[in-house]
Design a binder for this molecule. Sequence first.
Ligand SMILES: Nc1ncnc2c1ncn2[C@@H]1O[C@H](COP(=O)(O)OP(=O)(O)OP(=O)(O)O)[C@@H](O)[C@H]1O
Length: 235
Amino acid sequence: MSLKIEHLVKVYGSQSAVNDISFEARQGEIVGFLGPNGAGKSTTMKIATCYLTATSGKVEVCGYDVEHSAMDVRKNIGYLPEHNPLYLEMYVKEFLEFIGGLYQLKGANLNKRIADVIELVGLSLEQKKKIGQLSKGYRQRVGLAQALIHDPKVLILDEPTTGLDPNQLAEIRAVIKNIGKEKTVVFSTHIMQEVEAICDRVVIINHGKIVNDTPLSSLKQSGKTLEEVFRSLTN
Ligand SMILES: Nc1ncnc2c1ncn2[C@@H]1O[C@H](COP(=O)(O)OP(=O)(O)OP(=O)(O)O)[C@@H](O)[C@H]1O
């Protein structure tokens, strides 16, 4: 299993943000991770990517435990945070070189990875610009490129399409769908249409608890729209 979350708990002060959740994601699967604001999505993603430690429970990425084998987890996971920090003064390639260097990539190997991810996320026409000169959609592509530079097996994307225009939205969705053929993708979004367009499975979290974990195909067979299911489980 590429991503395995078991009985995960995260308490901030006196608040249980994530309250005993378990779910899994396998290779070639795109999982939509949904929930209302404050449900615990970002917290779960930050723990899976070693940015936060859990209060209790277990998370494994490609068989590596986030607590005991963080370096191996980082090699196998790519992460696009909700508020993606970018160095606006850097050129696109310079930034990707910098991030690739953090993953110990160098020389011809690094150059090949940079060329590959630029192609994959559709940054070819903008690759010579400074990040600060790019539109929001292209900055998001830079974020995706940095998440992919080390060719991770698992990709965690926190609201990757927020604020994009309909054209950029369609293009980024196509990129995610394409990436999901080979990798494991878990992404959060508030756009139900997006989940219906690209996900294989839908996990819904509410008040820190999983309230749904179903293949999209069986949700569709229920005769309800995803929005109706979401609202009935989280309202
Ligand atoms: N660093 C923190 N310290 C204290 N409380 C936090 C912290 N980070 C998150 N929380 C709280 O934990 C809960 C879950 O937050 P989280 O960001 O995981 O939710 P989310 O599902 O990603 O929400 P959204 O859809 O709004 O991004 C919220 O009530 C939030 O205020």
